[in-house]
Design a protein around this ligand. Sequence first.
Ligand SMILES: Cc1ncc(C[n+]2csc(CCOP(=O)(O)OP(=O)(O)O)c2C)c(N)n1
Length: 554
Amino acid sequence: MTRAADLLVNALVAHGVDRLFCVPGESYLSVLDALTARDEIDVVTTRHESGAGFMALADARLTGRPGVAFVSRGPGAMNAAIAVHSSQQDAVPLVLFIGQVERAHRNMGAFQEVDYGRVFGPMVKWAAEVNDASRLADTVATAFHAAASGTPGPAVVVLPEDMLDDDVTGAPVTVNRLARAAAPHEDITWLKTLIDEAKRPLIVAGGLLKANGGETALRSVAEAFGIPVAAAVRHADLMPGDHPNYAGHMTYGAPVELLRGLKQADIVIAVGTRLGDVTTQGYAFPAAPAPEQRVVQVWPDAAAVGSVRSLDMGIAADPLLFLDQLRAVAPETPSEERIRWCAELHATATALRQWTGAAEAPDGIVFGAFVEAFDRLLGDEAIITLDAGNFGGWVQKHMRFGGGRAMLAPASGAMGYGVPAAVAASLRHPDRKVVCFVGDGGFLMTGSELATAMQSGAAPILVVSDNGSYGTIRMHQEKHFPGRVGMTGLTNPDFAAMATAYGALGLRVETVGEIEEAITTALSADRPVVISVRTSLQHISAAATIDALRAASR
Ligand SMILES: Cc1ncc(C[n+]2csc(CCOP(=O)(O)OP(=O)(O)O)c2C)c(N)n1
């Protein structure tokens, strides 16, 4: 007899799954049993389903394959919802397996019963409940295909617990090969004409170029044509920050100097980005619905191309294939004019990256000073994960990315991503330094995954910016209701002591003088480290102090 649960594991292995993240549940015990008998898949047991989901998303970014998480029915699935949302917003492929009540009890309001198709409906690309075990393997194949094809995103497979014990002897395991579309030949020819006509072309590069050699292909096209590259939000690592074609990072509230430069572009070629709200600074550049310059967008899903703004050209193609095609028609060398245009934008981006602010304030360290030191002391082969919050502004502005330094951060703005992503990154690349930057707010959302790091042998460095506040929201309060603030203050535990209790190395940085030693100690440790940095709340963002915000509001 072949048990359905064993067939499921066979199907995962056939899809190249070598690691999955879970919180175990009684609703899929047979799968856990099947996994214990196999060593092809490393099962990482996490402390919260959001942690499992975020780890799967980070792993997907690093491998270029769908991330896989298993969670229990009802409460477990609801805890994982944040990862489903991030998968959809970030276009990162995720296959989420959820246990379900036994088939005979469906639609009776049974213990922890949920209709997942309805709950996740608008967010997922595909969701199916496997009621007939003979359909299990092909449902898995469809889920992996749905997650990775077109606009990557979440697929959900629901597993009634009694189905997992059915006999499926002889049922085949299938894999649906991804269909990848290239750009039509005439579009490449036309685009080459548009680029040749342009004086100041600009590439905006997005997350779909993050794995599978996208960075190399991008650099090759940019260098050959002499086109500067601006990174879509959270993807500053797509071009090395010191590369002459690097033109900056279109992050939250990008500096006016950067935008002034980029807006001179007479054609924007968006590759592997949906040109969403944040990257385009609130649909201002390139503007939606009517851009002020020529815009070409390359994205694998025709329905998403041109759905937000009018385009001069929409190309529904795989961005990597597209880059190869464009490279094939590139000139031998770029013109002098193009090299000057690249240099102009690169100079602005480089100047903006320098940290020049005050290092310390009466209420703590200005986080930029800590980030500047980390940038200096950290080697190139590193992975940096970011949680959501204002502390990240300094990291995104003042750290150099690319050329080996990866950035993993959710464009969805989900707090709680940073620590689990760092655990997953450290497991995937034990040879690389993995550093997570997280606020005191975000750290107590999923910081318990430090226990997962201890248990699984991951060794990330977690930098907690402790300003005693949900600082980002406090900043918005100061902007909109100056001086009338509340509900954003945080009474925090001693994060370094907490780390020690987990068995990690806990370090505390209270003054600027302690920064370098703490970083050096952390970088030479071979176990998880938490550096708790006493950050100034007055210096509430990389762009403004609380006093300045209040003065401006008055
Ligand atoms: C899961 C989630 N909940 C709430 C928010 C809204 N939010 C955005 S930033 C922020 C505060 C972040 O505080 P902290 O982690 O301490 O970082 P800081 O802004 O102080 O640097 C909140 C509550 C969010 N983005 N994600």
